[in-house]
Design a protein around this ligand. Structure first.
Ligand SMILES: Cc1cc2nc3c(=O)[nH]c(=O)nc-3n(C[C@H](O)[C@H](O)[C@H](O)COP(=O)(O)O)c2cc1C
Length: 453
């Protein structure tokens, strides 16, 4: 088995991904608006040689029928949260290898604004940037906040295809590799005939212009995607170089992994041109019993009301208003579909009841797998999970900040290293080189290469 790719999941807010851990005396996540909180974490992750820090984001917030959900505010879940972009430069300044994957939605800003910001950050980080492309979770509230109507689910993805293409056209097409001259003696900054206007006309987006930033180390940031609906998987096949998957039932994850690799093949790409990374929570301690105690403590900070608020913000469905003894009667949503599809009847198995859905969501949250046990037990579970699913690694979710990470780094990582399942040194200069062991730029088989001049 190859060494796992290991990234860290965070968002600019209090709490981990299950319950409201900020209230625990040892948790520091309520400091999320202090720069030092992030620079300290980034240095910790780099010292452990972890591949990247992923920052999730959404403009959405938990609300139903135009009203904020009280439990979300009371518990600090889904709101508040800040913008991930501004903190990256500070973290890049105190690290030199850690990658940063940032989320932006294709439904908020014009694509050219996104292209310029990522190009600038790719310079500031020396090629350590990735873009997590989302069509936006909590889509209804995000759209209303922006003064727009919610765009239907599949149309959002059709628009996202064009949105990404505009970005690719600007990154790949504007500047030739040798356009920047910087000859002080000759007084020549850039070769005028090696920088060109880009023209793109789609159904939903157009641009006539140039990327104002000279080519960055990767040109196009590492392209990442996170929506696992059927349409989301097709989108991944076309664009993504890495996909974040929710964990959970290994058989379901294995099917998603296979389906996403198949979508890449359908786009003329090789099946391993996409790295599949599974969201997972690792709860460990020196002994099995201590780990179980930590797990129970985590669940004691996770309420039905808080879980239902997050679920409602994500899908538009209020689990607390439904009959707990029936399955979901709604089988589609124009909001995020992954968290609805997850609880529908599959392959003839009966659909779970609302009470079981709520309990599952309360205890596993939006991203899925929870591994609990002694360090050896957890390493065994993680290894078995990768063997069964064919995924490439994990996105390590926080419960306690920084406790969950300290436990992973101090107790689990040494065992993974002993087994050859985690790298001991950084390799590759850019994030793309680290993950693929190949070049810094988008590979030629990716359709984005077609935008090169
Ligand atoms: C590990 C992981 C991280 C995610 N991070 C984000 C995020 O930061 N922002 C976001 O809007 N959606 C994020 N998503 C995706 C949403 O959960 C949701 O699936 C998606 O936005 C809607 O697309 P879909 O209908 O294809 O599921 C993430 C998903 C996973 C599994």
């Amino acid at each position: 088995m190859k060494p796992f790719i290991l990234g860290i999941f965070q968002y600019i807010g209090p709490n981990g991904t299950i319950g409201s851990a900020w209230q625990h005396p040892d948790d520091t996540s309520a400091d999320f608006l202090k720069i030092s909180h992030w620079t300290t974490l980034a240095q910790k992750f780099e010292a452990a040689k972890l591949d990247f820090l992923f920052l999730a984001d959404s403009y959405g917030f938990p609300a139903l029928n135009g009203e904020l959900i009280d439990a979300a505010l009371a518990e600090g879940r889904g709101i508040p949260h800040g913008d991930p972009m501004p903190i990256v430069s500070a973290m890049a300044a105190v690290t030199s290898n850690l990658g940063f994957i940032l989320t932006t939605s294709t439904t908020v800003e014009p694509p050219a604004a996104n292209a310029r910001r990522f190009a600038t950050l790719d310079h500031f980080t020396d090629g350590r940037i990735g873009w997590n492309i989302v069509t936006g979770s909590s889509g209804a509230t995000a759209a209303a906040l922006m003064g727009k109507d919610l765009i239907s689910h599949d149309l959002r993805y059709d628009m996202a295809d064009e949105y990404v293409d505009v970005n690719l056209a600007l990154w790949e097409g504007s500047w030739s590799d040798d356009a920047l001259v910087l000859d002080k003696q000759a007084g020549l900054y850039a070769e005028p005939d090696k920088v060109r206007m880009v023209h793109y006309e789609g159904e939903h987006f157009r641009t006539d212009g140039v990327l104002s930033v000279p080519p960055s180390p990767q040109r196009t940031p590492l392209l990442v995607q996170a929506g696992a609906s059927g349409r989301g998987r097709r989108f991944a096949g076309r664009h993504a170089e890495a996909v974040f998957l929710a964990g959970g039932d290994p058989a379901v994850v294995a099917a998603n992994v296979a389906s996403i690799r198949q979508s890449a093949v359908a786009e003329g790409r090789s099946p391993d041109s996409i790295k599949l990374l599974v969201g997972a929570l690792f709860i460990t301690a020196e002994t099995h019993d201590e780990a179980r105690e930590k797990y129970d403590e985590m669940l004691s900070m996770s309420t039905n009301e808080g879980a239902a608020a997050i679920y409602a913000g994500n899908t538009g469905i209020d689990l607390l208003a439904l009959d707990p003894d029936r399955p979901l009667d709604q089988t589609s949503t124009e909001m995020g579909q992954s968290n609805l599809e997850r609880y529908l009847s599959k392959d003839g198995t009966p659909a779970p009841l609302v009470r079981d859905i709520l309990e599952n969501f309360r205890t596993t949250g939006i991203n899925g797998s929870v591994f609990v046990g002694s360090p050896e037990e957890v390493a065994d579970q993680a290894e078995a999970f990768i063997a069964t699913t064919g995924a490439d690694g994990f996105l390590i979710q926080p419960h306690m900040t920084p406790g969950t990470y300290d436990d992973f780094i101090d107790l689990i990582l040494p065992i993974l290293r002993e087994r050859g399942l985690a790298p001991t040194e950084y390799s590759g200069n850019t994030l793309r080189q680290r993950l693929f062991g190949a070049g810094a730029h988008l590979p030629d088989e990716h359709h984005g290469a077609g935008f090169r001049a």
